[in-house]
Design a protein around this ligand. Structure first.
Ligand code: ZN
Length: 325
């Protein structure tokens, strides 16, 4: 079922209380939406779908009309999610930098989203606080959840690249949360966006606990968010959850699954669309039963479906939906 912001707030409060993680999955295509929403539902888990500004532009086609793209994705997510009664799904805007302020306002005012991430982490702290607070004021009037961030997460984000690795300072996190009243806080703890291996990452999972303890101690407990988690081991992610993380972002892993499954299909079924070398083109007939997009896209969907189920089991959100009876 599609969850509005107020219900999604319940999801995150439950996750924080019982220390499990909600998987936030980046999507663009309907195949991804089908695979991931069905994956959440299959294990009675709540989950979040996230769309980046780049995803919304892509979804709009050649017009690149970001608002049209957001409406299109929101309709797909809501329509599809409403089929399932034992699991809740929200829609989130991922990494919207301050130049997307109008876009955030548009999505909030048109009830397209459950939550938004305002990422002003490239600004000075005081400016980041000012911008984030403005988004919080707008969003909270409509029951929409806000995620903010300080510090940079290394690697490629949608529209900017951060080469430096800046760990979040706990005292700055406290100041940021107090002054902005964000619902979710993304800490930079050494994860990377994109493809990385757990062993190579200079992870500071202790920093998550330090930030969480400080916020709790000062009466402003929040759900923490882990970005760039595709390359981390299960143990690392479970430690992060125990230390206070309630939202784990996943993007790259799904992309690799989808590409690998479809590549394997075409390696096996190449001659369904390519004339084999031992046959003349005149004697060759492509095999419609194999090149029909439903036959190969489903391979990607099935792979992503398995992955998201695994994520929910790993993070503890399986069988913990607020709707599950
Ligand atoms: Zn991120």
């Amino acid at each position: 079922m599609f969850l509005a912001g107020e219900r999604m707030k319940e999801v995150f409060l439950k996750a924080k209380k019982h220390r499990f993680g909600i998987i936030a999955s980046n999507i663009v295509f309907d195949s991804q939406i089908r695979a991931i929403v069905q994956g959440y539902a299959a294990v009675n888990s709540d989950g979040l779908m996230q769309m980046s500004s780049g995803a919304c532009k892509y979804a709009a086609g050649s017009s690149q009309d970001i608002k049209a793209g957001a409406r299109f994705i929101a309709v797909m997510v809501k329509t599809f999610a409403d089929q399932f009664t034992q699991s809740g799904v929200g829609l989130h805007i991922d990494h919207a930098t301050p130049n997307y302020f109008d876009f955030i306002v548009y999505c909030i005012e048109n009830n397209l989203v459950t939550s938004v991430m305002i990422d002003a982490s490239q600004e000075e702290l005081s400016e980041n606080i000012r911008i984030t607070k403005e988004v919080v004021n707008l969003a909270h009037k409509r029951g929409v959840i806000v995620e903010g961030e300080i510090g940079h997460i290394k690697g490629t984000e949608d529209e900017f690249v951060s080469e430096t690795e800046l760990y979040t300072k706990p005292e700055e996190a406290l100041e940021f949360v107090r002054k902005t009243n964000v619902d979710l806080f993304a800490a930079s703890v050494g994860t990377n966006h994109g493809v990385t291996k757990g062993a190579k990452v200079q992870l500071r999972l202790d920093l998550i606990k330090e930030i969480d303890d400080l916020l709790i101690h000062n009466g402003v407990e929040r759900g923490l968010v882990l970005h760039g988690a595709s390359g981390l081991t299960d143990e690392q992610q479970q430690t992060a959850i125990r230390n206070g993380v309630v939202k784990i972002n996943k993007d790259t892993h799904y992309q690799m699954d989808m590409a690998a499954a479809i590549q394997a299909y075409w390696e096996k079924e190449k001659y369904a669309i390519v004339c084999p070398p031992n046959l003349s083109v005149d004697d060759y007939t492509p095999n419609k039963s194999k090149f029909d997009p439903r036959k190969w896209l489903i391979k990607g969907e099935d792979a992503m479906h398995e992955t998201v189920r695994g994520f929910c089991l790993m993070s503890g959100s399986a069988n913990n939906s607020i709707l599950h009876k």
